[in-house]
Design a binder for this molecule. Sequence first.
Ligand code: FAD
Length: 424
Amino acid sequence: MTKKEADFDLIVLGAGSAGLGLALFMAKADMRVLLIDRTAQDVGGDCLNHGCVPSKALIHASRQVHQARQATQFGLQVSGAADMAQVMDYVQSRQAIIRHHENPDYLREQGVTVEIGTPKFVGEHEVEINGRTYRGRKLAVATGSRPKQLQLPGAERVQLYDNQHVWDLRHLPARLLVVGGGPNSVELGQAMQRLGSQVTIVHHGPRLLEHEDATISQVLEERLRAEGLTIHCNAEVVSFSSATHARVQPKEGAEFGLDFDIGYVAIGREVRFEGLQLEKAGIEVDEDGHIKLDEHLTTTNPDIVVAGDAANSLKFSHGAELHMRLLVFNFFSPIKKQLDYDHFSWVTFTDPEVAHFGLDEPELKKRARATSGGKPTSPTTTGLWLMSTATAGCCCSSRKTCSPSPARNAGFWVAPWWLPAPAS
Ligand SMILES: Cc1cc2nc3c(=O)[nH]c(=O)nc-3n(C[C@H](O)[C@H](O)[C@H](O)COP(=O)(O)OP(=O)(O)OC[C@H]3O[C@@H](n4cnc5c(N)ncnc54)[C@H](O)[C@@H]3O)c2cc1C
């Protein structure tokens, strides 16, 4: 396809962290860009609407409440629970700030063509939306991910929320059941406990935050328990016998019952591409429904790439930005860069916060074994786990709400790891 034939230099499906970054950069570079999302409200994607921004605003509100309670030692009288309606008003006010720059009108002012609707591929370079067909020289799938659903007997009678809808809450639940033990669960669980709910976390794995070092999980778990959360690891919610009663099966021991008012489900995220007709564009998927990608994020159609959560690797906003930077570089450079997560970092915004930089110990050991062919390796310090009581933190560099703040109560718990040199 020659440039002359193409309606657009780039068509981007999905206006979340990945799609927005890609579309705006390419438009600034004077490319003709079409950006598509399902509704105008969806522009900004999960990060703005259902993820980083509302969750970090909720955490901020809960910290204020927590700190006020701690000030009772100075004679301040604080009691009761927070007013959830006001907390959510605050959350929405933070989202509104970012929406000024993440909406169709603003994007159009920046030179991006925006179409709202449900797109589908109708050819190797063609997308159909709202009855019109657009051709792109290059195309990008940036349609994000969604929360996995809890499909259990009795679930239909329970008020179950996930990260898409929990921001609609107007009343603080007296008892909140959180299902899952990853970052999303522990961040929200601690925030809700601090706001005044009695939170119980049920997690099927052996410990919270399984992607972090076991010592980190232990410290965090102790801290959460000290704040009043109840935590059941190695346990699964197996059914709901009423709207407010769950049955829980531990890996060892007898099934038990658990009373709650509402449930929050954060058991992982999945990527799905229903309705996109990937096959019409020559995009192959594997047996799990994930798009087959090479190390440049290119699909089996050399002119179609994937960015952000849709690539089904590390699901973070700054992961989407990393993809975006790689793709932009590769669009313009004759020498192609490969995707590399070796220096990737992330933070779980609990208190204490948990930061992860670079490769972890098991991965380093695996690589050392692979490269040394079983021969001794020399000691190498390559990464850091960091846990801090500080309020400092940044969830993603591009967000106004997430700028780092000076550390208060700074106390660091840092554990460098290294590959020990085996005895010669
Ligand atoms: C509770 C929570 C907290 C989080 N906190 C953080 C954090 O602190 N820091 C961090 O870095 N990350 C965080 N994340 C992760 C972050 O939100 C995601 O990794 C990021 O939003 C992914 O961006 P994306 O562009 O790939 O997808 P999305 O932001 O989900 O955007 C995808 C877009 O595609 C659109 N779309 C979907 N299907 C179609 C279709 N068929 N046609 C057209 N458009 C479509 C959607 O409407 C959406 O707007 C959090 C996630 C959650 C759930």
